[in-house]
Design a protein around this ligand. Structure first.
Ligand code: OTD
Ligand code: ZN
Ligand code: ZN
Length: 378
C-alpha cells in the first residue's frame, strides 16, 4: 500500500556513492534529482485510431522504446500487419520524437512457423505474444491448445531466438480468479520451459509470490518477467476501498498484500530477471465506468513516478536504473539507451483525466500528488 513518502536522508543507502545506480544531481530549490539512462517500457498497449493519438506522446516523453502489444481489433497476427501498425504509431508520434516501437505478433492456433521467419527477417518484430483464449481484453482469438497446436511455431521461435511473451493465467471459469496465475505456472509454463529450455520467455505482469519464485527458479537470460506499477503499489483491497473502484481493475487482477510484497522485494533486491513493463492499457472513461467495465489501467503518464516511489520506499533507489533501463534490453539482447532522463524530487498533480476527440481517459492515481517528476535532459 502507499505510505507517506520520506525524503531520502544523508544516512540512506542512496548516498553511499555506490558504483551502480542513478547519479544524483543537486539542483537549487529541489531536494534531489536523479539522472537515469532513458527507460524502456517492455509491455505497452498503444491501441489505434484516436486513442493511439491520445496516448502515444505520454510514452514517447519518458521511454526510449516499448514492446507494443498486439491485442487490437482485429489482432496483429502477421508480420505485414505489424509493419503497418508500426507505421501508424510512427505517424502518431510528436515531431522530433525518437521513440521506437518494438512490434509483437499475436499467437493463434493457426500461426505458421514461416510467419516467425518473416517476423525475424522484418527487423521490426521483437516477440510473439501468447494470450490464452479469453484470458484478458481482446484475447478471444488467442491460443486454445498451446502444446497441441503451437509446438512447430514455438520450435521455430527457438531457432530464430524470438522471445515468447506470456499472459500467464488459465481461463477455466471454474478456477478462482485469484488462483489463475499459479495454476498456469503449474500446468503450462513450467512444462513449457522444461520442454523447450532454449525458448526465451517473459512472464508478463507478474502478480504473485508463486510467479516470483517460478521466475527466480529459471535460468537468468532464458526466463524473465515484467512488473507493472499497479502490482507493486496496490493490493486487492484497492478494488473495493470505499466502493467499487473501476480504475483499479485490470487483468491479472490485483492480489493479496503478501503477493505485492513479494514482487516489491524481487525488484528492489536487484534481480536482473525483472524489468519495467507498465501494461498501460487505456480505455475511455465510459467503458470503465459502466455496468460491465473493461479491464485495464492507464499508467503511462505516471508510471516512472510510481516506480521511483516504490524503490524509494524500499530504500533501494540505487536499484531503480537497472530495473527501468538495463535489465530489459540486456534480456532482449538489445543495446541499452544512451540518452538520459531526469527524475526530480518535486511534487506534481496527476490530471483527473486526459480529454481527446472521442472522450476522456482516466489515468492511474488521477488527481493525486506524486513526488517524482520525470523530464527529458537536453
Ligand atoms: N490487462 N487490460 C488489457 C490488457 C492487459 O492482460 C493484459 O496485458 C487491455 O485493455 O488491453 C488488462 O487489464
Ligand atoms: Zn496480459
Ligand atoms: Zn498488457
Amino acid at each position: 500500500m502507499i505510505k507517506t513518502l520520506n525524503l531520502p536522508c544523508k544516512g540512506s543507502k542512496f548516498f553511499l556513492g555506490k558504483a551502480e545506480g542513478p547519479r544524483p544531481i543537486k539542483t537549487k530549490g529541489v531536494k534531489m534529482d536523479l539522472s537515469l539512462t532513458r527507460p524502456d517500457d517492455w509491455h505497452l498497449h498503444l491501441r489505434d485510431g484516436d486513442l493511439l493519438g491520445a496516448v502515444v506522446s505520454h510514452s514517447a516523453h519518458h521511454f526510449g522504446r516499448a514492446i507494443i502489444m498486439p491485442n487490437l481489433k482485429p489482432p496483429v497476427m502477421t508480420t505485414a500487419a505489424a509493419v503497418a501498425y508500426r507505421e501508424s504509431i510512427l505517424k502518431a508520434l510528436p515531431e522530433n520524437s525518437d521513440f521506437t516501437p518494438l512490434m509483437t505478433l499475436y499467437l493463434t492456433d493457426h500461426m505458421s512457423p514461416n510467419e516467425i521467419k518473416l517476423a525475424r527477417r522484418s527487423g521490426v518484430v521483437f516477440a510473439v505474444k501468447l494470450y490464452p483464449a479469453g484470458a484478458t481484453t481482446n484475447s478471444q482469438d488467442g491460443v486454445t491448445d498451446l502444446f497441441g497446436k503451437c509446438l512447430p511455431v514455438l520450435e521455430e521461435m527457438v531457432e530464430q531466438n524470438m522471445p515468447l511473451l506470456v499472459h500467464g493465467e488459465v481461463t477455466d471459469p471454474e478456477v478462482d480468479i485469484f488462483d489463475r496465475e499459479k495454476l498456469f505456472i503449474d500446468t503450462i509454463l513450467r512444462p513449457l520451459v522444461q520442454k523447450l529450455p532454449r525458448l526465451k520467455v517473459v512472464m508478463e505482469h507478474v502478480t504473485t509470490l508463486d510467479a516470483v519464485r517460478f521466475v527466480e527458479s529459471c535460468i537468468e537470460g532464458s526466463v524473465a518477467a515484467t512488473v507493472t506499477p499497479q502490482h507493486l503499489l496496490l493490493n486487492r483491497n484497492s478494488l473495493f476501498q470505499g466502493g467499487l473502484q473501476p480504475h483499479n481493475y485490470c487483468l491479472p487482477v490485483l492480489k493479496r498484500e503478501i503477493h505485492r510484497q513479494a514482487i516489491v522485494s524481487a525488484v528492489t533486491r536487484g534481480s536482473k530477471q525483472f524489468f519495467l513493463g507498465t501494461d498501460s492499457a487505456p480505455h475511455e472513461r465510459r467503458w470503465k465506468e459502466c455496468p460491465c467495465g473493461c479491464a485495464g489501467i492507464y499508467s503511462s503518464p505516471v508510471a516512472l513516478s510510481l516506480y521511483a516511489m516504490v524503490f524509494e520506499q524500499a530504500g533501494a533507489l540505487d536499484k531503480l536504473e537497472a530495473f527501468t533501463s538495463f535489465n530489459g534490453p540486456d534480456f532482449y539482447g538489445l543495446p541499452r539507451n544512451t540518452s538520459k532522463i531526469r527524475l526530480s524530487k518535486a511534487q506534481w498533480r496527476v490530471p483527473e483525466s486526459y480529454a481527446f476527440e472521442s472522450g476522456e481517459i482516466v489515468p492511474m492515481f488521477a488527481g493525486q500528488t506524486l513526488e517524482w517528476r520525470p523530464s527529458t535532459m537536453d
